[in-house]
Ligand binder design. Structure first.
Ligand SMILES: [Zn+2]
Length: 396
């Protein structure tokens, strides 16, 4: 790992921890729901493997256009098999045109609001792209299949993004069109490499921005209730992650930039997987038990987020609430109300980077004391600013 990448990761972690302190009172209202638990159980590991196996070949828009077209056909065919109408939205870049694929599930009470579950289906050249991003496509397909007979209050778009590897082309176009049309996107999750683990790196990272704390909050509840064995790290970055460029490498970023709630779900890509963008990114390197847990957690997040009535007005917040979160309290007030606003399950292997002190012992250790969290937040801000300055200097 290059020093500037280590530094960037360090900044990402500490700034994220600081931002996490701004994420509002942790709300764990609501018991485990048998309906969500039953849906979660529908996710099948062997189906995930079959999807990856079906599309793990080099499929770049400019180098392997036939393979990319074949992949698009596979994704469309699967979604149609589950009973969805699939819309193709052609996107052009240079002399290539490929579609964003959108399976639409109409919402039952606020169908004008849209939630996007997306994954890019292309790869860079010369890699089978099993983790990047056949894994995300497989997870998206399995969530779509599992929810096919379960409409939710808001409309859901199960989406295959095209030409991510050429500069977020598919997602950029979708976010731009949505914003121009005034589309009410209530949230977006990007499944971006969700299948690789190591002994130390066995957790999934969920990256949100300041505006998407309600969305990441839903993820946190979903994981806690339905997939408690999955180690997680949740980071809500300040602003749109401008100070952490690595946090913007995915299809969620164009949605952040258009003012929508969005989050990236990732195994941390090149920070963990040595096969990233290499011919060795193959199906036999993936951890399908992990991928199954991640898929279950994201399915549960989708249902939890779109049905949760945190303000108890009888309507899901996703229908009656604001489209994005607006911080209403100062960081100090939030910390006093909710010392556990820092992710309790921050794995030590995330924070143990270049001398950063360990923040917590991992999942289930009961949270942190308020004063420690305050110290951590203030310290993190100072370090983040110093590191950003250092990075700027080294970039010159
Ligand atoms: Zn990718």
């Amino acid at each position: 790992m290059k020093p500037n990448i280590r530094l960037a990761l360090f900044i990402l972690v500490v700034a994220g921890m600081f931002a996490a302190s701004l994420t509002g009172p942790a709300s764990f209202a609501g018991p485990d729901r048998p309906d969500i638990a039953a849906l979660v159980d529908r996710v099948e590991q062997e189906r995930l493997r079959a999807h990856v196996d079906a599309i793990d070949e080099p499929r770049n828009a400019f180098d392997q256009p036939e393979a990319l077209q074949r992949t698009a056909g596979y994704v469309q065919g699967e979604l149609e098999d589950y009973g969805y109408p699939v819309r193709l939205e052609p996107v052009s870049f240079s002399d290539a045109t490929f579609p964003n694929l959108i399976a639409v599930q109409e919402g039952t009470s606020c169908s004008e609001r849209v939630f996007i579950v997306g994954a890019h289906y292309d790869s860079v050249r010369d890699t089978p792209g099993a983790d990047d991003n056949a894994s995300g496509v497989a997870a998206m397909l399995e969530i779509a299949r599992s929810l096919a007979d379960t409409p939710l209050p808001a409309t859901v778009w199960f989406t295959g993004f095209t030409m991510e590897e050429n500069g977020l082309v598919g997602s950029f176009n979708m976010a731009m069109d949505a914003a121009e049309a005034g589309l009410e996107i209530v949230g977006m999750m990007s499944l971006e490499m969700v299948g690789y683990t190591t002994e130390e790196g066995d957790f999934i990272v969920v990256l949100g921005n300041t505006a998407s704390v309600r969305l990441t909050g839903a993820y946190r509840r979903a994981q806690e209730y339905y997939v408690p064995d999955l180690p997680i790290a949740i980071l809500n970055l300040l602003g749109n992650g401008e100070e952490q460029p690595d946090s913007r490498r995915g299809d969620h970023a164009p949605f952040w930039d258009r003012g929508y709630q969005a989050m990236m779900v990732t195994d941390t890509a090149n920070f963990r997987n040595p096969n990233y963008h290499e011919p060795t990114d193959t199906i036999d390197t993936l951890d399908f038990a992990f991928m199954t847990n991640v898929t279950r957690a994201m399915l549960a997040t989708t249902v939890e987020y779109l049905t949760y009535d945190g303000d108890a007005d009888g309507q899901p917040d996703a229908c009656s609430g604001p489209l994005i979160a607006t911080p209403t309290a100062t960081p100090e007030e939030l910390l006093e109300e909710s010392p556990s606003a820092i992710p309790e399950a921050m794995p030590t292997s995330v924070v143990d980077v270049d001398g950063l002190p360990e923040a917590s012992g991992g999942a289930g250790d009961g949270g942190l004391s308020g004063s420690f969290v305050l110290w951590l937040a203030v310290g993190a801000l100072v370090v983040a600013v110093a590191a950003a300055v250092a990075l700027r200097r080294s970039a010159r």
